[in-house]
Write a protein that binds this ligand. Structure first.
Ligand SMILES: Cc1cc2nc3c(=O)[nH]c(=O)nc-3n(C[C@H](O)[C@H](O)[C@H](O)COP(=O)(O)O)c2cc1C
Ligand code: SF4
Length: 415
């Protein structure tokens, strides 16, 4: 494996950047990070405010997380489910971001077997059949291997969801292929045990996700940027490796991706790898107080055997550099970007953009404050205290900041 880096000249992080058919005002992207801000599976006014604040704070592209492409594709009961009846709410969200000078992307996903808070009729979908660890709490005990007619249907659901986002005025979609969601269940050998053309080699495991992207790109790619979020590795033995990620990245490049956002880890098997640090169990216990004994117990059990991981900035850099060296498709560097030094390192290494979650949850105006020189380092302590607040009725917030307004999170965006 070569680690030679492409000789891309370091570029100005605050200069405009062409992403497929759209132009971003700079190279800062807000990562898809579940806001917990939905009413009736539709965007709330709190979600509008959240993304308006990010756009007003200077991000080039903000990513709304995460819209299920179908009702059974939801992981959470109250997650946004992309359907025509919520078009006015989607339009209100896109308009608010545009009014504040930003661009907006929707992270679109299908949970497959990763369904944690709704009951699905029959077995949940996945790459292979088996016992569904993620579904035990809600009685989704089994998942089944998708056949080709399931694949056809799910691929067209991704296309329909992307078309709805276009109609609402969104500038981009990001297809979620990481973290253990359905398309990642195909990519990862932890969940893909197939012996047909959709399993086995890394090339075969990437085929269905690449086909989904190809169709989405064909349907909306003239008007919208089409991104995909992938894992640089799963971070556990038996999981996808960085060599697998290179094969996936090449397949997505061939399918026409405008950018790959490089993440890592799986929600069930390796959350610490995704965050480069351990969960905040104390804050988790506070948020889940009152939700019965089973959920907290399951969460505790899921952390048994987790290694102790101390956060370090740019924790995916060594993996991501290997992918950078192997493909030409634009790449968004993600994972522990906290300072202007980090931003400059990523761009000098040939990544086209930086993608941030926690630093922007902590300070939505971080980009403006970096640009003005007022700040060169994020104040986020990486305590992971915000993570359990995706389950809080007021939605996600940084525990070092004032809490969100509950009222704003109880009214629909277009209500
Ligand atoms: C509160 C919270 C919610 C998240 N929800 C999602 C999500 O819905 N979809 C996703 O792809 N990643 C999600 N993530 C992961 C982030 O996108 C990102 O991969 C991770 O936080 C590492 O980036 P960072 O170091 O900039 O925070 C979430 C992260 C946080 C902190
Ligand atoms: S709670 Fe705030 S300080 Fe802690 S990780 Fe989240 S954004 Fe950073």
């Amino acid at each position: 494996m070569t680690t030679t880096l492409p000789a891309t000249p370091a570029c100005d992080p605050f200069a405009p950047f062409q992403l497929g058919p759209i132009t971003l005002r700079n190279r800062f992207i807000r990562a898809g990070a579940n806001e917990g801000m939905c009413v009736d599976g539709a965007p709330s006014k709190a979600l509008v405010k959240h993304h308006r604040d990010l756009a007003a704070g200077g991000v080039g592209l903000t990513t709304v997380a995460y819209g299920a492409v179908s009702k059974v594709g939801r992981t959470l009961e109250n997650q946004i489910w992309l359907r025509p009846s919520i078009l006015p709410d989607l339009k209100a969200l896109a308009q608010a971001v545009h009014d504040a000078g930003g661009r907006i992307s929707f992270q679109i996903t299908h949970g497959g077997s990763f369904v944690t808070s709704c009951k699905v009729q029959g077995a949940t979908l996945s790459a292979s059949s088996g016992l569904n660890k993620a579904g035990l709490l809600r009685g989704n005990y089994w998942h089944r291997a998708m056949n080709e007619s399931d694949m056809e249907r799910v691929a067209s659901e991704f296309v329909t969801a992307a078309q709805l986002c276009r109609e609402a005025g969104f500038d981009a979609v990001e297809i979620h292929m990481g973290h253990g969601y359905l398309l990642n269940q195909f990519i990862s050998p932890l969940s893909n045990k197939r012996q047909d053309a959709w399993g086995g080699s890394a090339e075969n495991r990437a085929r269905f996700p690449a086909e989904v992207l190809r169709r989405v790109k064909q349907a909306v790619g003239h008007d919208m940027a089409v991104l995909a979020k992938i894992n640089v590795a799963d971070g556990v033995p038996g999981g996808a490796t960085v060599q697998d990620a290179i094969v996936t990245a090449r397949a997505l490049q061939a399918a026409g991706a405008d950018m790959l956002v490089l993440s890592g880890g799986r929600n069930i098997e390796s959350g610490w790898f995704m965050f480069g640090s351990n969960f905040n169990m104390e804050e988790m216990a506070k948020v889940l107080k009152g939700s019965g004994w089973l959920t907290p117990l399951m969460l505790k059990l899921s952390q048994m055997g987790a290694p102790k991981v101390a956060f370090k900035e740019m924790y995916f850099l060594e993996y991501s550099r290997q992918i950078r060296a192997a493909v030409e498709v634009p790449l968004g560097y993600l994972g522990g970007v906290k300072s202007m030094d980090n931003v400059r390192t990523a761009l000098a290494d040939g990544f086209e953009a930086v993608v941030l979650a926690r630093a922007l949850i902590h300070e939505p105006a971080l980009v403006h404050r970096f640009q003005s020189g007022e700040l060169s380092q994020s104040g986020c302590s990486n305590c992971n205290g915000c993570v359990p607040y995706i389950y809080h009725p007021a939605g996600t917030w940084c525990i070092e900041r004032p809490a969100n307004s509950l009222t704003l999170n109880q009214t629909r965006a277009a209500g």
